[in-house]
Write a new protein. Structure first.
Length: 279
C-alpha cells in the first residue's frame, strides 16, 4: 500500500495514538494504581484461635528515584485501613541510595497492627547498606528478622513468624530462624519466592510470603512477565501450593530499573488464615 497522507491518517495515526496511550498509561497511571488483593490461605492443623487471623503484606518499596513518598503513604494508609492482626514488610526499601531509608522509615512507622509490624531486608538493602537500613527501621519501631523468628501469642495459640536473610545477597539460615519453633506451631516464613523449594522441602513451614519479583512489572496476556530477577523467576506472581506449604508472591509497591507497570498493578495484600478442612 502506498503511503499517502490519507492512508497515514486512516491507519498510521490511530496506531500511533494507541501506542502513545499505552506508554502514558504504563508510565503515568498504572504505577500509581494501588490494588488490594485479598487471599485466603488454607493451612493444615490451624488452631481455632488463628482462624481469620489477617496479615497485611507490603513489599519492594524502592523509594526514589521512580517511587515517590506519596505513593508509599497511600500504601501505608491502605494497609492500616485493613486493621490487620499483623503487618509484614518483605524488603527492598531503597534503590538508588541508602539515604532514602531516612525518609521512608518514618512513614513505615505509621503502620499499625495488633500483633506488631515486622520486616526483613531485601537484596537491594544488602547491596546499598544493610546496617543503615536495619538501624532506621529499628529506630522507627519496626522489628527486623534476620535468620530469626518471633512467637506471636494469639488467644490460647501461637504463630511463629520467621525471616531469612536474602538468598541473593545474604546468608539464609533456616535452622537459626526456626530455632525457637515448637512442634506443630503454624509457621510463616518471609523470603524470596524461589527459595520456596527449600522451604517446602524443609517441612516446617506452613506459609511463605514473598515479594522481590515485582511480578515482572510488565505482564502480557498468555506470556506473563517479560523479565524477572534471580530468585524470582519460578514463583513470580500470586498463590502457589508446594507440597504442604503455601506460597504467596506479592507484586510490590514501587518501581525499580524502569518506571513502567503494565497489567501488573502495585499491590498491598491481605492474607487471611483459614483451616484446611481436607487436611
Amino acid at each position: 500500500m502506498k503511503l499517502t497522507r490519507r492512508t497515514f491518517l486512516k491507519y498510521g495515526l490511530p496506531g500511533i495514538a494507541v501506542w502513545l496511550g499505552g506508554i502514558s498509561y504504563s508510565t503515568l497511571v498504572e504505577p500509581q494504581r494501588l490494588s488490594l488483593e485479598r487471599v485466603a490461605a488454607h493451612l493444615p492443623k490451624l488452631p481455632a484461635a488463628l482462624d481469620g487471623f489477617r496479615i497485611a503484606v507490603l513489599s519492594d518499596f524502592h523509594l526514589h528515584p521512580f517511587t515517590k513518598i506519596d505513593h508509599i503513604q497511600n500504601a501505608v494508609q491502605l494497609a492500616n485501613n485493613l486493621r490487620p492482626d499483623l503487618t509484614v514488610l518483605l524488603g527492598d526499601y531503597v534503590d538508588a541510595t541508602v539515604e532514602a531509608i531516612h525518609e521512608l522509615a518514618p512513614e513505615l512507622a505509621r503502620l499499625n497492627a495488633r500483633s506488631g509490624v515486622f520486616a526483613v531486608l531485601g537484596n537491594h538493602d544488602h547491596w546499598k547498606g544493610s546496617n543503615v537500613v536495619r538501624s532506621a527501621l529499628l529506630h522507627s519501631g519496626i522489628a527486623v528478622l534476620q535468620n530469626s523468628g518471633v512467637a506471636l501469642t494469639v488467644g490460647q495459640s501461637e504463630l511463629l513468624l520467621a525471616g531469612l536473610e536474602s538468598a541473593w545477597a545474604g546468608h539464609p539460615d533456616m535452622n537459626s530462624a526456626l530455632r525457637d519453633r515448637r512442634r506443630d506451631v503454624p509457621t510463616v516464613l518471609i523470603h524470596e519466592p524461589d527459595y520456596a523449594d527449600t522451604s517446602a522441602a524443609d517441612g516446617r513451614i506452613s506459609l511463605q510470603l514473598s515479594g522481590h519479583s515485582h511480578s515482572g512489572h510488565v505482564r502480557l496476556p498468555l506470556i506473563g512477565a517479560l523479565e524477572l530477577p534471580n530468585w524470582g523467576r519460578r514463583y513470580d506472581h500470586g498463590l502457589y501450593q508446594l507440597r504442604d506449604m503455601l506460597l504467596y508472591t506479592n507484586r510490590g509497591i514501587g518501581l525499580v530499573d524502569i518506571p513502567v507497570r503494565f497489567n501488573c498493578t502495585p499491590e498491598v495484600t491481605e492474607i487471611t488464615l483459614r483451616p484446611n478442612e481436607s487436611a
